[in-house]
Write a protein that binds this ligand. Structure first.
Ligand code: ADP
Ligand code: GLC
Length: 567
């Protein structure tokens, strides 16, 4: 790890005491700073339930017509969410919109807790307090306490501060430590990231313990939080937290947090016996943080059913396929949704023109024209505009796009790329912009507003991924009436029903094998429908906007899982 300033300086927040004023060891339960948080769930749930039931049963106040008096008025069904018992859940992960987001994990960490609240859950989200979190949020955080936590094998301890922000019914607790969370980007390199996320995983549990907030479920996400179940079962057995059940969700199996055993053993402070081949050890001399988490967690989920199956074979298994097969009895797939408040073409204030399913055909044209204008493309309603919004990495199938770009580009087509990542992809898209001036625009950047405008202004969105655990861009595209062109893998397969020209049904164009020719064929099928049978195309646009892609169903599945685990 690069040597950094080791003073555990804290941010200049008003009411914060110094570290010395509140030094506690992790294993000791401190007095709760905010007991109401802990005590309220069951109470509020039952009061809410009572109120709801009362509201439903209350006699109608308005006079009924004489003939209607005889009728039996059917009782309104009690909303299902109130019929399941309340559960408290701690979400632990490394990014969350709008504080910090590099991809879909950030979206899920924001949207799923919100959806779980509607399923009668009490949710706390625990995140690192990165320096790059916008000032407007940092200013609103409230200091909840701090303590000193043992971490490393030699007993080295670190400051843990807890900064809280409550928004939309979700409590966000940020783990504050400037030594680990100073950089502008959450992820830098493994040399820094391994210690950072060992610290974060343990500090998240220590913070729960400190606040005396004992959740029914601890729901961890990806390798950055994968040591949580390990720490829980090894370092927190004597605390109240030990009653919690754990779920580890795999958003992307490619990233596992692998480093040599001595480094991870030192930084995690975990005992030698966890570095065995059934838990953290991988290969001859490495430790794998995700693998350890998969071993110790009660349940493993991933973000689509198809990906849950795929990762158990060697092509998609990223060397953990055998381990996942071994643990397959506790592995489930639950597909992601999208947040309908953020992704709502009718209210989205980032769009040039708002629209809904009733006027999409007209208004989408206007969005397309304005997009073309903003990006310096030829303004032409008749061009078929293909969008691509993606991290520019191997996962996303960009080598396929590269190899057929010249065939995609004809006088009827425009391509808009938005993304950043590997320089070879960034450079090749910059080249295509130059080669097809006025018809290709490569936005090599991360830009939320531009993303929204492309979803609304493009006709189709390309997602030809090599693998895709779920994928959110195809969901957002459909919800904005933009037809997805996707490879049939992972969540893409589970969410995009291929267009069938005979039944005129389906949501998009798909191809199966990872092959550039098949991608080109899918794009050409899309173009044919668009240019030769616009009526069917327009029907698909409306069908896609009408498709239920919200979190409701999936949040319910998570809730069922929580209930199963805590019966
Ligand atoms: P992944 O998490 O693998 O990157 P997803 O499809 O699950 O892929 O999620 C990507 C998320 O990031 C979507 O919300 C998408 O709109 C957003 N996104 C990706 N690239 C950019 C970018 N360059 N600018 C703005 N948003 C982006
Ligand atoms: C990962 C996956 C993506 C998924 C996202 C959210 O980044 O690559 O497919 O949608 O996580 O679960």
């Amino acid at each position: 790890m690069t040597k950094r300033k080791t003073t555990n300086t804290k941010k200049n927040k008003t009411v914060k005491p110094t570290q010395k004023e509140k030094t506690l060891s992790t294993a000791v339960n401190a007095e709760s700073e905010d007991q109401s948080v802990e005590e309220s769930p069951a109470k509020t749930a039952s009061t809410e339930n009572a109120q709801k039931t009362k509201a439903v049963k209350e006699p109608r106040k308005e006079p009924l017509k004489a003939e209607a008096v005889e009728e039996t008025i059917p009782e309104e069904p009690v909303p299902e969410v109130y019929t399941t018992p309340r559960r408290s859940v701690a979400f632990i992960g490394s990014e969350c919109y709008p504080f910090v987001k590099t991809g879909g994990l950030g979206d899920v960490m924001y949207a799923l807790p919100k959806a779980l609240i509607k399923q009668n859950c009490d949710v706390k989200v625990i995140l690192p307090c990165y320096k790059c979190i916008p000032q407007e949020y940092q200013e609103k955080m409230v200091y909840k306490g701090s303590f000193q936590m043992d971490l490393c094998a030699d007993g080295r301890s670190f400051y843990v501060g807890i900064m809280e922000y409550v928004w939309d019914g979700v409590v966000y607790d940020f783990i504050d430590n400037e030594e680990f969370f100073t950089t502008g980007n959450p992820y830098t390199n493994l040399i820094d990231d391994i210690p950072k996320y060992c610290y974060f995983s343990k500090a998240a549990l220590a913070a729960l313990n400190y606040m005396d907030w004992i959740p029914d479920i601890i729901h961890c996400h990806d390798w950055q939080a994968a040591l949580v179940p390990v720490y829980l079962r090894i370092k927190f057995v004597d605390t109240k937290l030990t009653s919690a059940k754990t779920i580890l969700t795999i958003h992307n199996l490619r990233f596992q947090g692998i480093y040599n055993i001595p480094t991870i053993r030192y930084w995690s402070g975990l005992p030698d016996y966890v570095f065995n081949k059934d838990a953290l050890k991988t290969g001859y001399e490495d430790a794998n943080m995700l693998k350890g988490g998969l071993t110790y967690t009660n349940i493993i989920t991933t973000v689509s059913n198809t990906y849950a199956g795929e990762i158990q074979n060697s092509y998609y298994g990223e060397t953990l396929d055998a381990h996942l097969r071994y643990h397959s009895n506790k592995l489930r797939g639950i597909v992601n949704g999208i947040d309908y408040d953020i992704w709502n073409s009718f209210t989205d204030d980032r769009l040039y023109v708002n629209y809904d399913i009733t006027n999409v055909l007209e208004k989408k044209k206007e969005n397309k024209r304005r997009l073309q204008e903003e990006l310096g493309l030829a303004q032409d309603d008749h061009k078929f505009v293909i969008g691509l919004i993606s991290r520019l990495t191997d996962q996303k199938g960009l080598d396929l796009v590269n190899s057929i770009m010249t065939q995609i580009m004809d006088e009827h087509t425009q391509v808009v790329v938005l993304g950043s990542g590997d320089s070879r992809y960034e450079d090749s898209f910059r080249y295509y912009e130059y080669a097809y001036k006025g018809n290709v625009c490569s936005n090599i950047m991360y830009d939320e507003t531009r993303a929204h405008r492309i979803y609304a202004g493009a006709d189709a969105l390309l997602v030809p991924s090599q693998f895709e655990p779920c994928g959110l861009t195809q969901l957002i595209a459909m919800h904005y009436g933009t037809i997805p062109i996707v490879r049939e893998t992972g969540g893409l397969k589970d969410t995009v029903e291929p267009y069938n020209m005979f039944s005129n049904m389906g949501n998009g164009f798909t191809f199966d094998r990872y092959d550039a020719g098949l991608l080109l064929d899918a794009i050409n099928r899309a173009k044919s429908l668009y240019f030769l049978n616009r009526w069917c195309w327009d029907e698909m646009v409306q069908r896609d906007m009408d498709k239920n892609l919200s979190w409701d169903n999936s949040a319910k599945q998570y809730k069922d899982l929580y209930l199963d685990l805590t019966r």
